[in-house]
Design a protein around this ligand. Structure first.
Ligand code: AMP
Length: 187
């Protein structure tokens, strides 16, 4: 049986970290669209060249391009037992696209994990991350842009998932391990 999850949260909510731990503990694939894109940029692929500037300024890359990369990734061997999707869907077009990808695969989501963190805490964490990781999209302008996109485009799709009744809301403040245990308990 496969287990499929989506994790949603603003930048700095720890969604990448939590997704990685969950994928290790549950033996399912960690599918991060941001990481797939960063790999493409690093390897200077056709897709990577198209998206580098878009990512660095904090905008979303085109829906078609990300859908293609995602569909390929979900075909990989490690996704057979299931996946935790990190960073997708981010807007309502992607919400619909995910629905059709899952339908085609004949599978469903078991839960959608939403990480809630207040905005001041997020800004503090992003400042720290910018210093530590040196990501090109952690500049003040790109951070602001990404928070606005989260509020305007990503946040509304939580309501759509809620209509399906499988949303777990987690207060993602505190120790990483404690937050992770709370997620596992609620799954
Ligand atoms: P993340 O690692 O999830 O913060 O993603 C980093 C950047 O990759 C985002 O700011 C976008 O530019 C791009 N990106 C990641 N996932 C998506 C997506 N689902 N749709 C469009 N752009 C994305």
């Amino acid at each position: 049986m496969s287990r499929n999850y989506v994790i949603i949260g603003p930048q700095g909510s720890g969604k990448g970290t939590q997704a990685k731990i969950l994928s290790d503990k549950l033996g399912i694939a960690h599918v991060s669209t941001g990481e797939i894109l960063r790999e493409n940029v690093k390897n200077a692929t056709e897709a990577g060249k198209k998206v580098e500037a878009i990512i660095n300024r904090g905008d979303l890359v085109p829906d078609d391009l990300i859908a293609e990369l995602l569909a390929d990734r979900l075909l990989a061997d490690d996704a057979v037992r299931g996946f935790i999707l990190d960073g997708y869907p981010r807007n309502s077009a992607q919400f619909e696209k995910l629905r059709s990808i899952l339908e085609e695969k004949g599978t469903e989501l078991d839960a959608v994990i939403v990480l809630d963190v207040d905005e001041n805490e997020l800004l503090d964490r992003m400042e720290l991350r910018a210093k530590k990781e040196g990501r090109k999209d952690d500049t003040p302008d790109a951070v602001k842009k990404r928070l606005a996109i989260y509020a305007n485009e990503t946040h509304p799709i939580i309501a759509k998932f809620e209509e399906q009744g499988n949303v777990l809301r987690i207060q993602a403040v505190g120790e990483i391990d404690e937050i992770n245990e709370e997620i596992i308990r609620s799954l």
